[in-house]
Design a protein around this ligand. Structure first.
Ligand code: ADP
Ligand code: TRP
Length: 354
């Protein structure tokens, strides 16, 4: 039997190159060899993006982007999280075995709670401050409970399908660790062997981190430093040409600065190896011209994104196709989820009297 793979992306806006190399491109490869379920995490999106109109169109955008990037509904199950009501039910049940302390210590919770409370992210002494503010009484400033229990919901997405492999970026490792812990805890509390302990999956030996164009950390929706898969040619070129670099190397063989290394990392993902080599050497011998390098990079990124964008524009307008895909996907995902939920109810002693 093939191993089961589950992964999802929150519907919080269009997908960017970070999502593509960190998640989507792995999905496309994995569908060939595994029993794959890929979904849109719209319930998770509600923890930070509650606008109903936006949520609906974001779900459709990501569905179209999944399909345009090559996820094939004949090979993988594609569905929307909220189409599977067994997920919120298991989420309630599993929460009975999850500690609020372990949820509050999760890095992504602290990060997002800080944002919701309007606390700046730099100071380390903030941890106490967050806790005080969370249980404080100022009702204008609250951290929603959905954000706290985000890891339970994610664990349920994975465990309800009894997944073995979960392809996600490095930033999701801690959530996966919690998922394994919850699975172990459930199995041992009830003396059963119900949930497998899932692991991350990468082709090669480490998770990729796609950098942004602003010279600093990773490409991310909230960072405002993204190249979107559906950016048109003009927009994309403009973004790349404006990417942060440095003053140019002052002497031969000096270490490569972070902003330039970021561009090289993007090149490693999209350009031919000899192109990357050429610009590395040009940096080393001080002959590098950033204008040329960026033009080349924009060209190579466009080679990846243009076919995706063209397919996306077609699919986004094909309501009948999108509906067909998610309806069939929901049926398959529900059938499996219902089986696991029935087992859990039985194990926990929730059985009917009639
Ligand atoms: P964002 O950080 O833009 O909000 P998400 O958190 O929705 O993106 O991430 C969806 C998936 O894409 C996750 O598996 C995440 O690890 C991956 N991902 C997001 N940004 C990057 C990046 N810059 N590099 C590698 N993977 C990424
Ligand atoms: N938390 C993930 C993210 O922000 C999205 C997600 C929700 C997910 N449920 C999942 C990823 C289950 C993998 C498996 O990217």
């Amino acid at each position: 039997m093939k191993e089961v793979v589950v992964s999802g992306i929150r519907s919080t806006g269009n997908l960017h190159l970070g999502n593509y190399y960190g998640a989507l491109s792995k999905f496309v490869k994995m569908q060939e060899d595994y029993d794959c379920l890929f979904f849109i995490a719209d319930l998770h999106a509600l923890t930070t993006h509650p606008d109903p109109k936006l949520l609906h169109s974001n779900v459709k955008d990501i569905l179209a982007e999944y399909l345009a990037s090559g996820i094939d509904p004949e090979k993988a199950t594609i569905f929307v999280q909220s189409d599977v009501p067994e997920i919120p039910e298991l989420y309630l049940l599993l929460n009975m075995h999850v500690g609020i302390g372990e949820l509050m210590r999760t890095a992504s919770f602290k990060d997002k709670a800080r944002k919701q409370l309007g606390i700046k992210t730099d100071a380390t002494k903030d941890d106490d401050d967050i806790e005080r503010q969370i249980i404080g009484t100022d009702s204008n400033k609250r951290v929603n409970a959905g954000l706290l229990t985000y890891p339970t919901l994610m664990a349920v997405d994975i465990l309800i399908q009894k997944a073995n492999k979960v392809p996600v970026g490095k930033d999701q490792e801690q959530h996966l660790e919690l998922t394994r812990r919850f699975a172990r805890r459930f199995n041992s509390f009830y003396g059963v062997d119900l949930f497998p302990e899932p692991t991350n999956f990468n082709f090669g030996d480490h998770a990729v981190k796609v950098p942004g164009l602003d010279g600093s950390g990773k490409m991310g929706k909230s960072e405002g430093n993204c190249i979107y898969l559906v950016d048109d040619e003009k927009t994309l070129r403009k973004k790349v040409m404006r990417a942060v670099t440095d003053q140019g190397p002052a002497e031969p063989n000096q270490p490569i600065s972070q902003p330039v290394q970021n561009l090289l990392t993007l090149m490693e993902l999209t350009s031919a190896p000899e192109v990357v080599e050429h610009y590395r050497n040009a940096y080393a011998d001080c002959s590098i011209r950033y204008g040329d390098m960026k033009k080349q990079l924009a060209e190579d990124i466009l080679k990846v994104t243009t076919p995706i964008r063209e397919r996306y524009l077609d699919i986004r307008n094909d309501d009948a196709f999108i509906s067909r895909v998610v309806k069939a996907g929901a049926e398959k995902a529900r059938e499996r989820a219902a089986k696991t939920l029935a087992e859990v109810r039985q194990i926990m002693g929730i059985t009917k009297f009639y």
